[in-house]
Design a protein around this ligand. Sequence first.
Ligand SMILES: [Fe+2]
Length: 206
Amino acid sequence: MTYLTTWTADTRPRLLEETTDPARIAAVLAGISVRFERWPLAPGLPAGTGAEEILAAYRSRIDALTAAEGFVLVDVAALHPTGAANWREVAAAARERFLAEHTHDDDEIRFFAAGSGVFYLHVDERVQAVRCEAGDLISVPKGTTHWFDMGVDPDFAAVRFFRAEDGWVGAFTGSDIATRIPDFDALARRAASAAQPRAGKAAAAS
Ligand SMILES: [Fe+2]
């Protein structure tokens, strides 16, 4: 379930709101010019489905979005736990790339076909932390300060849309704000706790 938390962007961030309501999430994000929508999940795609199969499964929606927005390149970024001896190193290196606050010269558009990842959007002295799940499309406008966390055990497949063949690079702001807001794994624990019935939470706390 998609999960949005809103934080103050100061030295001791405070939680201002948390919600799993897709309409509320879309409204909050629309307020900062971030596009968010849900696509129906294609049936019958097992975990670890390859890029070509994912692109084929969503072809009509991908083509429509591409035609409307003028994208020239669409691909799939995917990472799934492999069990290999070097998995933690591979995962840590991938996670590190966009874990600090940065901007891009073009929009960052992702459709999560599987798994999850958190986009953190730092706008107007707030940080909107959006844990995207399979079925979520999010578009971060160019110039928006943001970062992305895939967690210590990345497990996701995301369709990426580009307006230039060479994609984009991150322009890092040098801010340490990403270290002050709960990360992917902390938000996952928080979401799981929030989803527990009240009695369950009391039992877990005792
Ligand atoms: Fe980015």
